[in-house]
Design a binder for this molecule. Structure first.
Ligand code: 13P
Length: 253
């Protein structure tokens, strides 16, 4: 039985005071919803303040990235050890990092391993561009992005997020059926690479223009275990509705 997860990726939005105001607004509603792992991932600079505001809450806190070294002369970077004092999860390999900051499969894998070593649970993002999708290369691209992810990572609780790049921030979400089909492929691929048990146990989220209006389409699909939400996670009513709908549907299953 895979527990559904809804994670909000706030990206480079909110100052510390804005993040605090948003958390205060969301917390009571989110705390009332069970059966779903609720995660928010504000910018690094707000993690400390948000952690304080989430004391006693069932909402989990995540970061949006990390560097793989524990400490040293890496100006501007944030280490797994620093994050381990502040949060439980970390998004790794987001397409915006791969695209704008040239993160490779090798670098992403180092980050995944470093996260686990520090006791953080990674949400590993994978997804294809529009060009790759149209050229029929989706499966090839996803397989490459997963090529270094070993059984140990899945067994230790790695969460995957399938985010087709053409659906991110475009308002053009995949259909539930498309996302289910591709996530089905990911599960089959993991089954071949690792084992059937591992493939059945790993949680795989969909991400890309998820809103309160379309979340039902995704969580109604058997392969999809939740969502990684960008824009709509910054709006309390939208995010609450997404989590609430996920809880109701998956509870009824
Ligand atoms: P949007 O929901 O804004 O499309 O962003 C998706 C995303 O990239 C989440 O990580």
């Amino acid at each position: 039985m895979r527990i559904p997860m809804i994670a909000g990726n706030w990206k480079m939005n909110t100052t510390v005071s804005e993040a605090m105001a948003l958390v205060k607004e969301m917390r009571p509603g989110l705390d009332r919803i069970d059966n779903v792992d609720k995660v928010i991932c504000p910018p690094f600079v707000s993690l400390s303040a948000v952690k304080e505001l989430l004391k006693g809450s069932s909402i989990k806190l995540g970061a949006q990235d990390l560097y793989f070294e524990e400490k040293g002369a890496y100006t501007g970077e944030i280490s797994p050890l620093m994050l381990a004092e502040l949060c439980q999860l970390v998004i790794i390999g987001h397409s915006e990092r791969r695209q704008y900051f040239n993160e490779t499969v090798e670098l992403v894998d180092k980050k995944v391993k470093a996260a686990f070593k520090a006791g953080l649970k990674p949400i590993l993002c994978i997804g294809e561009t529009l060009k790759e999708n149209e050229a029929g290369k989706t499966e090839e691209v996803l397989a490459k992005q997963l090529s270094l992810t070993a059984s140990q990572a899945y067994n230790a609780g790695l969460v995957l997020a399938y985010e087709p790049i053409w659906a991110i921030g475009t308002g053009r979400a995949a259909t539930g059926q498309q996302a289910n089909q591709t996530i089905g492929f990911i599960r089959r691929h993991i089954s071949q690479q690792c084992s059937r048990e591992i493939a059945q146990a790993v949680r795989i989220l969909y991400g890309g223009s998820v809103t309160a209006a379309n979340i039902a389409e995704f969580i109604n699909q058997p392969e999809i275990d939740g969502a990684l939400v960008g824009g709509a996670s910054l709006k309390t009513s939208q995010f609450l509705s997404i989590v609430e709908q996920t809880s109701s549907f998956k509870r009824g299953k």
